[in-house]
Design a protein. Structure first.
Length: 360
């Protein structure tokens, strides 16, 4: 079979991955969707388009994973649709600016051999979630155009690339970041299907020089726990918002309401449930609101500076949604990020925002 790779190099030695920073890089561990009862996403990974997951599969089109039973199928182009597939995860340890890392993955074409333009890795400071189909084309992603390539069995190829960390990025996004548009990608690929797709399996990211990662295992466990927690919360009916009234003197004619069940994904300021504020409409649409104080918190994973910034972003996101959803002037909303919280044993509950509403 003729290979259509650009700049192909053959690996002459066995690759040594000393410290893999990707949780569930083999995609073997699955999250169970408690609503549909299906395994439609890999544990510790998140689909960029909110409320959806696509491409997580076993054997298909006579293509078998390189290890285990699971792999990912990425839409990398189309003859008509602008859609591409992106999955993301949190690294077990943040990258260190200026240090060298190695990324390895296996790739297989759907109808014909893949191109090195098809897949890339983007390292970011935060996760990305979108309501609509997304086309990500950052200029600073890790491209495999100059990668070392080894042909494996049954149409699979292994790509290996070293890169230098631009900063202390903590999140990895996998997909096609090529500047080409969706039709141009499809134009240069033979395919019988509507979409141009590639399979990916066994992705690894590791430092070239060994690092100390005391919390890697704890981070992995937390990622797995968050994924399971999301599935359970999706299935369970949402209880009525818990409202706690403070003990303020009646003569001040001020009442403070606290609701602390606004939950976030791990390492993100995006809401797990985009509609979680809707239940507070009767309180936030009140005409006699004098001031709102929005306070953000995180769990205890990561540095204090990272969590302090993340907590502030969470508070700012909630403040933005409140102002938009309930037509409240931003001038009466105060935002504060308090960083790490250990109030709850369940870490997902520490990733929260509390909103204090003061009435006239």
């Amino acid at each position: 079979m003729k290979c259509r790779f650009f700049l192909i190099f053959v690996l002459s030695c066995k690759m040594c991955i000393s410290q893999d920073l990707v949780a569930n890089g083999t995609f073997e561990d699955a999250d169970v969707n408690a609503v549909r009862g299906t395994n439609d996403s890999p544990a510790a990974w998140y689909f960029i388009k909110k409320g959806q997951s696509r491409g997580y599969m076993e054997v298909t089109n006579n293509t078998f994973p390189t290890s285990g039973n699971k792999m990912m199928c990425f839409i990398i182009g189309s003859r008509q649709s602008k859609e591409r597939t992106y999955w993301q995860t949190m690294l077990l340890h943040a990258l260190e600016k200026g240090k060298k890392y190695r990324v390895v993955l296996n790739i297989h074409g759907w109808d014909d051999p893949p191109s090195l333009h098809d897949i890339g890795v983007y390292l970011t400071d935060e996760m990305i979630f979108a309501v609509h189909d997304t086309l990500l084309q950052p200029s600073d992603y890790v491209s495999f155009l100059d990668a070392r390539v080894k042909e494996l069995k049954k149409g699979w190829f292994r790509l290996e690339k070293e890169f230098v960390a631009r900063g202390d990025e903590r999140f990895l996004i996998l997909g096609n970041f090529s500047p080409k548009d969706y039709q141009e990608v499809a134009k240069h690929r033979y395919t019988r299907s509507f979409y141009v797709c590639d399979f990916v399996d066994d992705i690894q990211v590791s430092p070239v020089e060994k690092i100390t990662c005391d919390r890697c295992l704890a981070t992995r466990d937390s990622l797995y726990a968050v994924s399971r927690d999301v599935a359970v919360k999706t299935a369970a009916p949402k209880p009525a918002p818990q409202v706690i009234a403070s003990a303020r003197p009646i003569e001040k004619k001020v009442d403070t309401l606290v609701f602390g069940d606004i939950l976030f994904a791990f390492g993100s300021y995006q809401l797990l449930d985009p509609n979680s504020l809707n239940g507070y409409g009767s309180m936030l649409e009140h005409k006699e609101i004098r001031k709102l104080t929005v306070i953000g918190y995180t769990d205890d994973i990561g540095s204090e500076s990272f969590n302090l910034e993340l907590a502030k972003k969470r508070a700012m996101e909630i403040a933005r949604q409140i102002a938009s959803k309930f037509n409240i002037s931003e001038s009466i909303i105060e935002v504060e990020g308090r960083g790490i919280s250990t109030k709850y044993q369940d870490k997902s509950k520490n990733r929260r925002v509390e909103v204090y509403v003061n009435y006239k």
